[in-house]
Design a protein around this ligand. Structure first.
Ligand SMILES: Nc1ncnc2c1ncn2[C@@H]1O[C@H](COP(=O)(O)OP(=O)(O)O)[C@@H](O)[C@H]1O
Ligand SMILES: [Mg+2]
Length: 343
């Protein structure tokens, strides 16, 4: 197949997306596909793109590792020769139109939030992953929470605040997080009201809508769902602090165990809950659902990720490996189930 792997962008998860993209690119090349890896924001500036799939080059050669901090987007914007405020780079649409399918390796805003999906629907470009509406629902943590409550899916108690609104919260420790973030960028733990004030100030520098949630002391899990069916559960145990940006992407920062060591009935209940989240948020194809669990085995859903990290050591690929699906096979499977959307 002719496949464009679309990555990069200008969200806070740009670097993670580029690594996800380069890994998917390599896997699909190994499987014999004709693949182009494209940065959705920087695009392709040369004019010779009419037969881009026949250009022989390694499209992933310039992509580095994920640093310990999220990237400086102003530096990326300075590289754009045309309009830096346009989220779609030169020739991206024309190149994607030549593909049989676009593999979305984007994370965060303008990629995971449904906007690209809606645009591709209008342009008749096929893409991997769930549709625009479920992408938008899952990206918005406050709206997702309303769905979890409506469908009896356990979720931490919390409130939503809009910038400038009076804060009425007195239970500590708590978590402050931006409404549409990802990769733990804009997520803070506050142990008292002074830390809460500071955390809110930080969070409001990213977004105008922020959540405060009760802090669920205990363990952390994530569950991939493919085509409506839950994968084995993975447990993530950061060595220091919570599962923040650094602990997510610096090798060795967290111990990951799959299948997670849990009583059978708890495993079953959490997997069932992940499948319920998938249905409640109208998800299709695949997603990864995050949970916390207290010492009494009460689990709480934090959020659904519609374009989860996809390097061979990311959580969802580790879960798939446990049931015998290797990374290349997983990339192929995602294409296959995504094509089914169009039948
Ligand atoms: N209510 C909570 N209790 C305890 N830890 C939390 C809570 N909410 C978030 N966290 C921690 O912050 C991390 C990021 O939060 P999450 O809601 O998954 O946002 P995202 O992954 O989109 O940045 C989680 O993986 C978890 O470690
Ligand atoms: Mg998360």
């Amino acid at each position: 197949m002719k496949i464009v792997v679309l990555a990069g962008g200008i969200s806070t998860e740009r670097d993670v997306s580029l690594v996800t993209g380069s890994m998917i690119y390599k896997a699909l090349v190994n499987r014999g596909h004709e693949v182009v890896l494209l940065d959705v924001y920087l695009g392709y500036e040369e004019e010779n793109y009419s037969d881009i799939f026949s250009i022989k080059r390694d499209w992933s050669e310039k992509i580095g590792a994920i640093s310990s901090q999220n990237p400086d987007i102003s530096q990326v914007k300075a590289m754009r020769k045309d309009n830096p405020e346009c989220a779609i780079g030169p020739h991206v649409i024309d190149i994607c139109s030549q593909a049989d399918i676009v593999f979305l390796a984007l994370h965060g805003q303008n990629g995971e939030d449904g906007k690209i999906q809606a645009m591709f629907d209008l342009l008749n470009i096929k893409y991997t992953g769930t549709n625009y509406l479920s992408s938008a629902l899952a990206m918005d943590k406050a709206i997702s929470k309303e769905f979890f409550v409506k469908y009896d899916i356990p979720t931490p108690k919390g409130i939503t605040l809009v910038k400038g609104e009076q804060v009425n919260w007195s239970s500590f420790p708590c978590i402050v997080k931006v409404n549409c973030g990802g990769s733990s960028v804009g997520v803070y733990k506050a142990n008292n009201s002074k830390e809460l004030t500071d955390a809110l100030e930080e969070a409001f520098s990213f977004e105008d809508r922020v959540l405060i949630e009760e802090f669920i002391e205990g363990r952390e899990f994530s569950i991939g769902v493919i085509d409506g069916k839950a994968l084995p559960i993975i447990e993530i145990a950061p060595k220091v602090g919570f599962y923040d940006y650094k602990n997510k992407y610096q090798a060795g920062s967290a111990i990951e165990t799959c299948p997670a060591e849990l009583p059978e009935h708890v495993t079953f209940a959490m997997q069932e809950s992940a499948e319920k989240v998938y249905e409640a948020l109208r998800l299709c194809t695949y997603a990864r659902i995050d949970f916390r669990m207290d010492s009494n085995y009460n689990f709480y859903c934090l959020e659904a990720n519609t374009l989860p990290g996809m390097t061979p050591t990311s959580l969802l690929p580790q879960e798939a490996a446990v049931i015998g699906i290797d990374f290349e096979g997983l990339c192929e499977k995602i294409i296959e189930i995504s094509m089914n959307k169009y039948n």
